[in-house]
Design a protein around this ligand. Structure first.
Ligand code: SF4
Length: 251
């Protein structure tokens, strides 16, 4: 099995080390960690089995999984396998199970829907138009997310205000527009603080973060970013869009 992605979309920068590049413990971080844990405890008590962490397996979500597992909170952990993820991303699943003894429930798109869409629009449909890209996200992400959240009253995300202008007002606890609470316990953390936590607690992370991919989605829709580019510039980089797939879009 292939375990390392080639990076066809951009001349890959020399691999760095995300911890070395980004980690910076701040005076506020101890209090932010305790506040995030308190939010997780409260939402776990309030929602019980109705609560799930929807993990993208990115650095922020790995921090949250670590917070949940280290404090033995009874919160289910789930992810979406779109069928287009990098092998490095999928390789985190057994690492999480080995490290934390937690099983990650994986939700995949409907096979027939994917086959029909690819047969009709092609394997590279996402590059042809925003409509087709959103249709692909609908089949591979939104539909399985709906199954993940069915019967749940709250979900946990790794959204941070610093990630983009569209996310600058992310609340710790908000209505997701579908009658559920959406909890973003590290909404106020900086990228430097995320990596300081990863370093301190030796959190497993996607090695693609070492290759200048701060935001990692599906392989065809993620590229490395250059110095000075926005955090999410490597997502759907060919589009002039809000860089959202629908999971967290407000419009
Ligand atoms: S991110 Fe790209 S490959 Fe993944 S579901 Fe959306 S359009 Fe399809």
């Amino acid at each position: 099995m292939t375990t390392v992605s080639t990076l066809p979309w951009a001349a890959a920068p020399a691999a760095g080390n995300a911890i070395g590049l980004y980690a910076k413990w701040t005076p506020a971080l101890d209090a932010k960690i305790e506040a995030a844990l308190q939010r997780l405890r409260e939402v776990s008590i309030a929602h019980g089995d109705g609560l799930v962490q929807s993990s993208s397996l990115g650095a922020e979500d790995m921090v949250i999984t670590d917070l949940i597992a280290r404090t033995q909170l009874p919160i289910a952990i789930s992810t979406l396998d779109t069928g287009k993820l990098h092998p490095e991303t999928l390789a985190l699943l057994p690492r999480i199970e080995e490290r934390y003894g937690r099983t990650v429930e994986v939700f995949k798109p409907r096979f027939d829907a994917v086959v029909e869409f690819v047969a009709r629009e092609g394997e590279d449909a996402m590059y042809k138009s925003i409509e087709l890209r959103k249709a692909c996200c609908g089949i591979r992400k939104m539909e399985p997310l709906g199954r993940m959240l069915a019967g749940r009253s709250a979900w946990i995300t790794g959204l941070r205000r610093e990630q983009s202008g569209a996310r600058s007002d992310v609340a710790f606890d908000e209505d997701d527009g579908n009658g559920r609470r959406k909890i973003s316990p590290i909404a106020d953390w900086t990228w430097a603080e995320v990596w300081a936590y990863v370093q301190k607690y030796d959190v497993p992370y996607n090695p693609l973060h070492d290759q200048f991919m701060p935001s990692i989605g599906c392989a065809p829709c993620t590229r490395a970013i250059a110095v000075g580019e926005d955090f999410r510039a490597g997502r759907w980089w060919w589009e002039e869009s809000s860089k959202e797939c629908g999971l967290h879009a407000k419009d």
